[in-house]
Design a protein around this ligand. Structure first.
Ligand code: NAD
Length: 491
């Protein structure tokens, strides 16, 4: 499967050069501030997370309004659930556990060094860069921010050019909580994103497409900046032979309709047992219509972010239809503006564009399989996805799915909810990304795990110095590698 090809019609941004100059100044300020206070204590880190939680609670109506303006329509509840509650849950989880995460961890020494001490100490890396996307402009920037602050770092956030109102809101909300040398928000379009990417951050968390992810990693390599890449891909949903079809259809319809399918972990396509695709498509259509009796003008049904993104989705449908697919548009409402009803596509072939790139919208291709082995082989043939879903699989088949396929994360009997469990790591594998955040893994990702060895004064390490070949060295070599070093040369 090919890389995701998202539209590149970035809106023109004025003052791009000023923004680039500003981010350079900010970076230097943050580096200086970090050098002056390189290890914030637990209480200071907790205070920052509490400020963030308070601000999210206070600003929630403004957040709903800003996201709504950027999208055209975004369901109020979806915004509160993901953009407001998501980072709050993440911060609350960190507040409960970060005291333990910060503690040095004792490790064993080699037998030879018995009586000495070894431990791992977790140190803030410094200034962390965070690049986010438009589909969840707050959750996907504030989530990494929670991990960065819990780990004692400073952070600069670069938002997407497709969510300018959210950028403005995030800027003022975070300015109320933090000094700019602690947390800062940068706007601008692609040139600004590239300039941001060129800064020598101590760590960079990028959320976006695999195509841009490659560029980000290349640019970060210039400074050997470590990267966490949170990318996308084609996340499969496997419906088991004995699954309750109506229930599986409801779960998948919800995954494709929430934020109008513009979610990195949305089920991209469904795999159903041979002969069931028409019944499954009808069940998805039925479920969608119950969830959204109308589409056009429905304040609970999210718009596609721009006309260009909507045109891309329509092109995917036209391409599939021209190559023999059957299209089932859910409901009778054709939608209006950028509100597009879900379309289920059956009789799908590999050569169709919608099987070659991440869909990221309300289109669901349905493929049939004969045996579970065939479904797993099909998943393995593609790039490693960000998520994988199994619905109505037996326990034995769930175990096979886990062992025989790779995916960033998995939800059984539903879609997406593993991401909302903030004690679980969230991240991709291969084409869907590298590294992870959320919970303890986020803290570790943005901390430097420093291995420390402390020799006790009395420890006779001099026995390992030259001249080589003394009795102790010979004995040690004999015991550990089965041969003795030669006797010392005469002096
Ligand atoms: P994108 O890759 O086009 O853009 C992401 C961000 O990168 C934007 O802020 C953009 O300004 C910036 N950017 C663009 N060009 C850049 C460059 N050359 N150097 C540095 N930064 C650059 O992605 P998008 O269209 O905003 O989002 C959709 C993609 O993101 C999908 O593939 C989706 O699966 C993925 N995604 C992943 C996650 C996740 O958590 N894994 C979450 C949401 C979206």
């Amino acid at each position: 499967m090919k890389a995701v090809l998202m539209p590149k019609d970035a809106p023109a941004v004025t003052g791009e050069a000023d923004e680039i100059a500003r981010m350079q100044r900010l970076f230097e300020r943050q580096m200086r501030a970090f050098d002056a206070a390189p290890y914030p204590l637990l209480a200071a880190r907790k205070a920052k997370l509490r400020k963030l939680i308070d601000a999210l609670r206070r600003y929630q109506d403004d957040i709903v309004a800003a996201v709504n303006e950027d999208f055209g329509v975004r369901a109020d509840t979806e915004t509160r659930l993901v953009e407001v509650m998501g980072p709050i849950l993440e911060a609350r989880h960190a507040l409960s556990h970060m005291g333990r995460w910060m503690k040095p961890r004792r490790r064993s020494t080699e037998l030879l060094f018995l009586g000495n001490r070894a431990w791992v100490s977790y140190q803030p890396k410094g200034v962390v860069g965070i690049i986010g996307t438009w589909n969840f402009p707050l959750y996907l920037t504030l989530g990494p921010l929670v991990a960065a602050l819990a780990a004692g770092n400073r952070a600069m956030i670069k938002t997407s050019e497709f969510s300018p109102r959210c950028t403005a809101l995030l800027t003022s909300m975070l300015a109320e909580c933090f000094e700019e040398d602690e947390v800062a928000v940068c706007g601008g379009a692609v040139a600004a994103a590239q300039a941001f990417n060129a800064l020598p951050f101590n760590h960079l968390v990028f959320t976006g497409s695999p195509r841009v992810g490659r560029q980000v990693m290349r640019a970060a390599a210039e400074h050997l900046t470590p990267v966490t890449l949170e990318l996308g891909g084609k996340s499969p949903a496997i419906v088991g032979p004995d699954a309750d079809l109506a229930d599986a259809a409801l779960r998948i319809a919800h995954g494709k309709a929430f934020n109008a399918g513009q979610i990195c972990v949305a089920p991209d396509y469904a795999l159903v047992p041979r002969g069931k695709s028409d019944a499954f498509a009808a069940a998805v259509a039925d479920a969608f219509t119950r969830l959204y009796p109308t589409v056009g003008g429905n304040a609970e049904y999210t718009s596609i972010i721009t006309e260009r993104h909507a045109a891309r989705l329509r092109e995917l449908l036209a391409d599939a239809q021209s190559k023999g697919a059957t299209l089932l548009r859910c409901g009778t409402d054709p939608g209006s503006g950028r509100q597009m009803p879900l379309t289920v596509v059956t009789r799908v072939a590999d050569g169709m564009q919608l099987m070659q790139e991440e869909i990221f919208g309300p289109i669901l291709p349905v493929l049939e399989y004969d045996r579970l082995d065939d479904a797993l082989a099909l998943v393995r043939r593609g790039e490693r996805p960000l998520s994988l879903y199994g619905l109505g699989l037996s326990a034995a088949d769930q175990a096979r799915v886990l062992k025989e396929t790779h995916a960033g994360g998995v939800t059984f009997n539903d879609w997406g909810w593993h991401v909302f469990q903030h004690d679980l790591p969230f991240g991709g594998i291969g084409h869907s990304g590298m590294g992870s955040y959320h919970g303890e893994e986020g803290f570790r990702e943005l901390s430097h795990a420093k291995g420390v060895f402390k020799r006790q004064r009395w420890f006779p390490v001099g026995l390992f110095y030259p001249p080589y070949g003394n009795f102790v060295q010979r004995l040690v070599m004999k015991v550990f590698i089965g041969s003795a070093t030669p006797k010392p040369p005469p002096r």
